[in-house]
Design a protein around this ligand. Structure first.
Ligand code: SF4
Ligand code: SF4
Length: 377
């Protein structure tokens, strides 16, 4: 940007955060009491972890994804967010993979005392969340916070969550968020949103606390050319996506096809490993168990992620209601793309494509939905 065109960003107009000042954003978040969580390259994948410095963010990393494949390449780009996603979204930070919910202790007189175990948590700022992750977060909010019994642990963590979204500029071959209406541009649910360009980030706020952080950075206004480039990048990210579900509401079609032969065909490939449900940012199924202490006087009540694909998940009163992979895969798809409409008013799929990349045999949810539902009106 030429100094002549640099104007202070005011009144929530987008500012320009140069690459070399990204650390200032992390520092401002830390000073405001947040622990920063950001993408890091580890074990050949992009994972969200604690970060102190922008030097820990992946620099020039590109990711190639396909059914059953995820490959990281290094480029000479200065960009730190030029990839679509890794196996993780925001889910594990709010809905812990395993946690103790309460402890039960037996008193000397034989009565039981239950102590809730609220998680110790520090407010988190997640840097780099994508539009699909935010759509998934909104769904998890409905599940864990809606209704008459909100989940106290989730609520506590959610309360302290600050989100710095980054609009997706390099969708993977497996992405189809444009078809579900959830991306690639983040439109709500963030405190700050960044569009990464070669000369920096077009930064806009989505909340008062986001605006306060950006105000403190005293950014110059983004130029018209930068705003147009960010817009164009978003359009391109949408247009290059090749996968799509056959429709946004497949409820009727899926339930009309419960005996379709494709369920058996996919079951012959599916390993029932549950990877798809672990990486899915919207899946919320879990199991709960009592873990007794050896002293016999107390026990811990533990909650752990579960999956449509485990035997225990459909075990009821002495038998397993979904005894084979055909019925378990069918449960996953009909709930995710069908039953969610009745429960949450929309499909449970936000088009992130993670279940396609991380399926060891490359089963593609969009292909299966097309095969079972056919073309939709
Ligand atoms: S079903 Fe697959 S593509 Fe859809 S949100 Fe879950 S992981 Fe992403
Ligand atoms: S669809 Fe793929 S990831 Fe999901 S359980 Fe089957 S083999 Fe595992």
């Amino acid at each position: 940007m030429s100094p002549a065109t640099a104007q202070p960003a005011t009144d929530r107009s987008p500012g320009l955060l140069p690459h070399e000042r990204l650390q200032h954003l992390l520092d401002a978040l830390s000073r405001s009491g947040y622990e920063c969580i950001g993408p890091k390259l580890r074990d050949g994948a992009i994972l969200y972890e604690h970060i102190d410095s922008v030097a820990e963010l992946p620099l020039g990393v590109a990711v190639e994804q396909g059914p059953g494949s995820y490959r990281v390449d290094m480029t000479d780009s200065r960009r730190r967010f030029g990839w679509a996603n890794g196996p993780q979204a925001i889910k594990p930070f709010l809905f812990a993979p395993r946690e103790i919910l309460w402890r039960a202790t037996q008193r000397e007189d034989g009565t039981l005392v239950f102590d809730a175990r609220p998680p110790a948590c520090k407010p988190l700022a997640v840097i780099g969340a994508r539009a699909c992750d935010l759509a998934a977060l909104a769904l998890q909010d409905k599940h864990f916070l809606g209704g008459t019994c909100p989940d106290p642990g989730y609520a506590r963590r959610r309360d302290g969550l600050f989100i710095v979204a980054v609009h997706c500029s390099h969708p993977a071959q497996t992405c189809f968020c444009a078809s579900t209406g959830d991306g690639p541009r983040a439109t709500s649910g963030f405190d700050i949103a960044l569009a990464e360009l070669d000369d920096g980030f077009v930064a806009e706020s989505g909340s008062d606390r986001g605006a306060a952080i950006l105000d403190g950075l005293h950014l110059s206004s983004a130029t018209t050319a930068q705003l147009v480039a960010a817009e164009e990048q978003g359009r391109h990210s949408s247009e290059v996506q090749r996968r799509a579900l056959p429709g946004r509401n497949l409820q009727a079609s899926l339930f009309a096809n419960l005996e379709h032969p494709r369920w058996q065909e996919v079951a012959e490939r599916c390993l029932s490993c549950g990877n798809c449900t672990s990486v899915c940012p919207t899946c919320f199924c879990h199991s709960e168990a009592e873990v007794p202490k050896l002293d016999g006087d107390s026990s811990l009540h533990e909650r752990e992620w579960d999956s449509c694909f485990t035997q225990g998940h459909s075990y009821i009163h002495g038998f397993t209601v979904r005894p084979d992979t055909r019925t378990r895969y069918r449960q996953w798809l009909t709930h995710k793309l069908g039953g969610w409409h009745a429960q949450y008013g929309r499909s449970g799929c936000v088009g992130c494509g993670r279940c396609i990349s991380w399926c060891p045999v490359g089963i593609d949810i969009t292909e299966e939905a097309h095969a079972i539902c056919g073309p939709q009106p």
